[in-house]
Design a protein around this ligand. Structure first.
Ligand SMILES: Cc1cc2nc3c(=O)[nH]c(=O)nc-3n(C[C@H](O)[C@H](O)[C@H](O)COP(=O)(O)OP(=O)(O)OC[C@H]3O[C@@H](n4cnc5c(N)ncnc54)[C@H](O)[C@@H]3O)c2cc1C
Length: 330
């Protein structure tokens, strides 16, 4: 049965009518896998009025693009996304299907793998091919980030996983690349949704989305109360950065879940990560230790965050952050 499945697929994402760069990171992963298996790499593109962007996916590494362009797909709705993808997978039978571990990927792929009766590894940080067995090796942190587990899907197809955004750089765009674009249609019932979109409310965030931010000022329980997060917003604003948070701060309702950094939040790789009153639990480090430079402010000289910090500031964050703000303003 497995032999009937061939090729590597990636799920492209569209935001505000444009292909999101995370789709190109995924193509970089997919290219390596497809080359190891000597099979084509295909990108799946769902949306409305997006067909003319399919060529961008080829320029960024895809050999083929499957496009479903329909008004019903203009906004992301999980039920019609999964029904459409199920129809495409059953029609073309890829051996591997990968998506980004964004909220879209994390929503669609778990429903899709149940519909397809296969398996799913969430939040991988590394992908490779076991060429002897022709299997996808899906590597992800396990047991609180203390071990890296290699997971295989030997018996079912497609082999499916989500990959952390920012875990690979997109390939350099190659305008000379050529490929095929297939316009696909699906049955009308696949495009009927029980979800009605009433309104789109953008997230209230300081600065760029966390995963795109070059500077992140993150706060933890050491910030003492929600109101003190205004200091972090001010500092982030002055530095042109974004605000992040530990899970403790999110659980205390001092910051939204969208700003949580760590194992059960976002993985970030900014140029500068300023950790304010964050202890540095392994689950937090799992999401930020790949930052280029870590600056930590903590009153406890033994705080574990200092083990990953390039610059350690021992002191009261509620004195140091206002002093920094004052200095930057002057
Ligand atoms: C399955 C699982 C998943 C998890 N996922 C995540 C995750 O995604 N992200 C995450 O962050 N955590 C996660 N956690 C929780 C994690 O284990 C920690 O509990 C959490 O990171 C602690 O947050 P914190 O550093 O803000 O708080 P604390 O650990 O309480 O640390 C507060 C720090 O502030 C310092 N401090 C206090 N007052 C001051 C002051 N005035 N000035 C300067 N410093 C001060 C203290 O010295 C201390 O180091 C997860 C846990 C589990 C079990």
């Amino acid at each position: 049965m497995n032999a009937e499945y061939r090729g590597v697929w990636t799920l492209s994402e569209v935001r505000d009518g444009r292909i999101h760069p995370v789709s190109y990171e995924l193509l970089a992963w997919g290219r390596d896998l497809a080359d190891s298996l000597e099979v084509p790499l295909s990108a799946v593109l769902l949306g409305h009025n997006i067909a003319e962007q399919a060529g961008d996916l080829i320029v960024q590494g895809a050999d083929q693009v499957y496009v479903v362009d329909d008004l019903e797909l203009a906004h992301f709705r999980p039920d019609i996304w999964t029904k459409t993808l199920t129809a495409l997978v059953n029609r073309h039978r890829p051996e591997i299907f990968i998506a980004s571990a964004t909220s879209t990927g994390r929503t669609v792929m778990p429903v899709l793998y149940v519909d397809l009766e296969t398996g799913l590894t969430a939040d991988c940080t590394e992908l490779s091919i076991d060429t002897k067995e022709r299997l996808l090796l899906q590597t992800r942190p396990a047991i609180g980030g203390n071990v890296m587990a290699d997971i295989k899907t030997p018996f079912c197809r497609p082999q499916m996983c989500t990959v952390r955004p920012r875990s690979k750089k997109p390939l350099a765009a190659d305008p000379a690349r050529t490929g095929k674009v297939f316009t696909e249609s699906v049955a009308p019932e696949s495009l009927s949704s029980v979800i009605k979109l009433l309104e789109f409310l953008p997230e209230k965030n300081v600065g760029a989305p966390l995963q795109d931010a070059e500077i992140i000022v993150a706060g933890g329980k050491g910030m003492k109360k929600a109101a003190n997060f205004a200091l972090l917003e001010e500092l982030a604003g002055l530095l042109g950065g974004s605000v992040g948070a530990s899970r403790m701060a999110v659980d205390l309702n001092w910051a939204p879940y969208s700003s949580q950094v760590g194992l059960s939040g976002k993985s970030v790789t900014p140029k500068i990560y300023i950790a304010c009153g964050i202890s540095g639990a392994v689950q937090h480090l799992a999401g930020m230790s790949a930052s280029d430079t870590v600056i930590a402010i903590n009153s406890d000289p033994e705080a574990p965050i200092f083990r990953v910090a390039d610059l350690a500031i021992v002191g009261d964050v509620l004195e140091i952050v206002p002093a920094l703000i004052g200095r930057l303003k002057s």
